[in-house]
Design a protein around this ligand. Structure first.
Ligand code: AMP
Length: 146
């Protein structure tokens, strides 16, 4: 059975373009719909837990900036129309799974740095997304910078 709806998760860095291109090629081959998602992580998470100040204004700005960055990033992919570009707030694994289910996606595509050693212990988004995923997951190997 060919895939019908592919969800590609992007961190909005240039590194992610090969990941989208791979998803694009798969979508063309399977005549599947292609959607894009970026998750804005809560600032408190970056600070590692409780922060003794109100971050709501900053978070609102962070979300608005992410909206603009997503529009710029996705602008190069004509077939990914505005209703196929999703922005969510929260923990990437949880939000990517939620969106995949909500949108009826049968494949999630993420980039993978192929970490090992200490970096592996720190975990990766690809690894995280794989666990408990509601559908297939494809991890596209990202090239190390030259
Ligand atoms: P990382 O393990 O954080 O280096 O990220 C590897 C891959 O996970 C990226 O290439 C994206 O496909 C995905 N990813 C990372 N962060 C996010 C995010 N905030 N929103 C959506 N996808 C993400």
């Amino acid at each position: 059975m060919p895939y019908q709806h592919i969800l590609v998760a992007v961190d909005l860095t240039d590194e992610c373009h090969p990941v989208v291109r791979r998803a694009q090629a798969l979508a063309q081959a399977s005549k599947a719909r292609l959607s894009l998602v970026h998750i804005v992580e809560p600032m408190a998470m970056a600070f590692g837990g409780d922060v003794p100040m109100d971050l709501s204004m900053l978070q609102q700005q962070q979300f608005e900036q992410a909206r603009e960055r997503l529009a710029t990033f996705a602008g190069g992919y004509a077939e990914i129309t505005a209703d196929q570009r999703h922005l969510a707030y929260g923990q990437p694994r949880q939000e990517i799974h939620r969106l995949a289910e909500e949108q009826g996606c049968d494949l999630i595509v993420v980039g993978s740095h192929g970490r090992h050693g200490l970096a592996l212990l720190l975990g990766s988004t690809a690894n995280d997304v794989l666990h408990g995923a509601p559908c297939d997951v494809l991890a596209v190997r990202l090239k190390k910078p030259e």
